[in-house]
Write a protein that binds this ligand. Structure first.
Ligand code: ATP
Ligand code: MG
Length: 395
């Protein structure tokens, strides 16, 4: 895969010199000193290295930035650079956690060689436990996003990754639907987790996070959504990225939580996104509006997959046509199972419990296996990180 680098400097000429020198190794993106955006982009781009310029005037700012990024991505490969290497600057950079330092005055071959060595070294380091995040969005209320997210997360935990930590992030609105489906009490919510960011570790995950009897972890939004306004957006973003290093797989029910920053962050760090839409015109209309609103906010929608919800063969529109209307790649059909869903609701049980081989469950079982890289079937296409990036810059 093509490597991606981020270069942080105020000077376009310096960005050009550096990106030209490392062109053979990958693509570089130029950014200014905005640590919140950086934290967000590193996650969504999968950047291999971040170059930070160290100048006398900005040495402290550069060190602070390196520090912040490393707090979120402890294994991030940070490279300091300067027009002329001054030993004081190199020491500052190394103290701040930079793994290497390059001098722009050096020849491009030297810069390129030193980055290549650094990258080789970084791949020899133990791989970062990087989990996969799958988000489910509902085109409109009631299309079945929560039911699908709950089943997908449970199937992964019970059948595919029983020994690994799996999380269901319940961002659906009204809050806590997934917890209700799973009959699990959640006392510790997303905002509590954000506030505990600095002390987040395995012990806290095991004790504070709610757990379904299968072992599936569960984190919901607070009942009072006003609490969301009290947390720093960068902290929320950081938490989402950090959760990916603790959990092997995270399923996010984005439900009806459209248009908010949190949803955009979640989309940014998701490895794949599924939009659940029914075949009818109202659902198509809402889906289009939702996709349009993402584009307006600078989020690329080209790689969102379509999951047909409540698929009814009697309706003339096929899922292929639906995919065409929405211009999304088709990923699967969740069949309409009204009778059984009602039977489950009456007993307060899940379809997976009562009818483990129901065709609806089978669709999500196959997806659970695929998403975990089992069965050799290709995964969903990754979100178009670079496309999204371009969109962001255009915005
Ligand atoms: N494939 C299906 N066939 C029949 N009924 C279904 C199907 N999927 C979900 N349902 C039912 O539709 C209703 C809404 O489902 P669900 O809560 O999963 O939707 P949602 O998209 O999360 O809705 P909301 O926007 O309210 O969060 C529930 O009563 C559920 O049992
Ligand atoms: Mg829901």
């Amino acid at each position: 895969m093509e490597q991606r680098f981020i270069v942080v400097t105020e000077q376009e000429a310096r960005f050009n010199t550096l990106s030209e020198a490392v062109r053979r190794l990958g693509v570089s993106v130029w950014l200014h000193w905005n640590s919140d955006v950086l934290v967000q982009l590193i996650g969504s781009m999968g950047a291999s290295a971040v170059f930070i310029e160290f100048t006398e005037e900005r040495a402290t700012q550069a060190a602070d930035l390196a520090d912040k990024l490393l707090a979120v991505y402890p294994r991030l490969w940070i490279v300091g650079f300067a027009q002329r290497a001054d030993s004081q600057l190199i020491i500052e950079a190394m103290r701040a956690g930079a793994r290497d330092f390059v001098e722009l005055g050096a020849s491009p071959e030297i810069i390129c060689r030193s980055l290549k060595q650094a990258l080789e070294q970084s791949t020899r380091m133990p791989a970062q436990a990087s989990g996969r995040m799958i988000s489910l969005l509902g085109a409109r209320p009631g299309v079945g996003a929560t039911t699908a997210a709950v089943h997908l997360a449970l199937l992964v935990k019970q059948e595919v990754l029983p020994d690994d930590p799996v999380l269901l992030l319940d961002f659906g609105y009204p809050t806590g639907d997934a917890a209700l489906y799973l009959d699990t009490r959640v006392n510790f919510n997303f905002c509590d987790a954000v506030r505990s960011l600095r002390r987040l570790d395995h012990a806290l995950l095991n004790t504070a996070f709610a757990h379904h009897k299968s072992g599936l972890s569960l984190l919901s939004l607070p009942q009072n959504l006003a609490e969301l306004r009290e947390i720093a957006p960068a902290d929320a973003m950081t938490l989402l990225s950090l959760l990916k290093s603790y959990f092997k797989l995270i399923v996010v029910d984005l439900g009806g939580f459209a248009g908010t920053d949190l949803l955009l962050y979640a989309l940014g760090v998701s490895d794949s996104t599924l939009l659940v839409s029914e075949q009818g015109i109202p659902s198509i209309f809402s889906a289009r509006q939702l996709l349009g609103s993402f584009q307006e906010r600078g989020v690329s929608t080209e790689r969102i997959g379509l999951l047909t919800g409540k698929m009814d063969e009697r309706i003339e529109m096929s899922s292929k046509q639906l995919a065409q209307h929405l211009q999304l790649p088709w990923v699967g059909d969740l069949p309409l199972r009204s009778e059984r869903m009602i039977a489950c609701a009456n007993q307060g049980r899940l379809l997976l419990d009562l009818f483990p081989n129901d065709p609806y469950v089978e669709v999500l079982r196959a997806m659970a296996l695929r998403e975990c890289g089992r069965q050799g079937a290709p995964r969903l296409p990754p979100n178009g990180a670079l496309g999204r990036l371009r969109e962001w810059f255009k915005a």
